[in-house]
Ligand binder design. Sequence first.
Ligand code: FES
Length: 113
Amino acid sequence: MLAKKKVQASEWIEVVALKDIPKLGSRVIKTDVMNIAVFRTAKDEVFAVKDQCPHKQGPLSQGIVHGSSVTCPLHNWKIDLASGQALGPDEGCTNIYPVRVEDERVYLKVPAG
Ligand code: FES
């Protein structure tokens, strides 16, 4: 009996050119199961976070980026983009995803689903 090829749980997918993400802004990548916000900081760091605030599901992609965090547009929670954790007195966490930049192109490891 032939062994079946193992299907990867997730794969790197090119999602957007770095220049197409505004500095201090984001681009939303829609997957079958969720929206992922890919943020670009002033230093051209890139982070991928589920586009859902841990407070009341506000769209983090519409927030303001400062340093390596984003302020939710609904009630101003600050979310650390590297960890997905709420900062300061607020508590909660949103999912983060592996993302990398190669030759000015952004690659995202999209969860299987
Ligand atoms: S939904 Fe983001 S701070 Fe309330």
